[in-house]
Design a protein around this ligand. Structure first.
Ligand SMILES: CC(C)(COP(=O)(O)OP(=O)(O)OC[C@H]1O[C@@H](n2cnc3c(N)ncnc32)[C@H](O)[C@@H]1OP(=O)(O)O)[C@@H](O)C(=O)NCCC(=O)NCCS
Length: 234
């Protein structure tokens, strides 16, 4: 299902239809050099103007994410309008479409789906290098207790999956709550089949929401995606 494409900066890395939408990955160049004009020319003029306000890796990542988004929207037949960050930093699409973006140093990914009244989130995290301190920062006490009972060599990977899913939850849920959502406000229970159970601990009167979450592996990198809708919606 996941077949990596050959490397060329800002070229598609993969394209895959996943349960919550279409996902495209775009290769990013290794350095923070300004993005060349022929690449910028592939963006909507307003996105290009915005990209020119950014510097270093931030510009590279923004451009990669927008190229991935543009690729997907073209496939879904959407007229190519500028997709700028809203005041919260989220990509804002025309009604009827939802999207989410994530990037790491050499890859940008975008998830796009049709839908209204629904939020989607995508996130990628690397698991090849153990990052001490992440578990204590992002896990609830009961998650930490579970992770600490796993064999040592599985503890970091399990933590990274939960971390990624939580960031995807943030991106999918933020449009409904419009506030900072702490890592302790959700517990994530990964399943071996890639389905993840989300247990929310939001504030009283927030929700209820229906969460769907999945993760897949791109080599040693985890890609998570989350779909959120109010529990009363059909
Ligand atoms: C906003 C946040 C989730 C972004 O994640 P990140 O790992 O830093 O960066 P990523 O590359 O994965 O994602 C960046 C993209 O997130 C998107 N994004 C930023 N703010 C967003 C928001 N409020 N809502 C939805 N998407 C948002 C943007 O598309 C951005 O890319 P772009 O600026 O090029 O368009 C993260 O910085 C953050 O604040 N996390 C803490 C809160 C949290 O995750 N809580 C868990 C709750 S369960």
């Amino acid at each position: 299902m996941y077949t990596p494409l050959p490397f060329a900066p800002f070229a598609p890395a993969f394209r895959v239809a996943l349960p919550f939408g279409l996902v495209v990955g775009v290769h990013l160049p290794p350095g923070p050099d300004p993005v060349a004009h022929p690449i910028l020319a592939r963006l909507h003029p307003d996105e290009r103007a915005y990209a020119r306000t950014l510097g270093g890796f931030r510009q590279v990542q923004f451009v990669g994410g927008r190229l991935a988004l543009g690729d997907l929207l073209g496939e879904l037949g959407m007229r190519r309008a500028a997709i700028l960050p809203n005041v919260h930093g989220a990509p804002e699409l025309a009604p009827g479409f939802v999207a989410s973006i994530s990037h790491k140093q050499n890859l940008a990914v975008a998830l796009v789906a049709r839908g209204t009244g629904v939020g989607v989130g995508v996130d990628i995290e690397d698991t090849d290098r153990h990052r001490p301190g992440v578990a204590a920062r992002v896990l609830r006490a009961e998650e930490l207790a579970f992770v600490e009972r796993l064999p040592t060599d599985r503890q970091w990977v399990d933590t990274a999956v939960r971390f990624s899913v939580k960031e995807s939850v943030y991106k999918a849920l933020h449009p409904f709550l419009l506030r900072y959502i702490g890592f302790g406000e959700v517990a994530v229970w990964p399943e071996p089949d890639g389905n993840d159970r989300i247990e929310p601990f939001l504030r009283p009167l927030e929700g209820p929401f229906r969460f769907e979450a999945r993760h897949i592996w791109l080599g040693s990198r985890v890609l998570s995606m989350v779909r959120v809708r109010p529990a009363t919606a059909p």
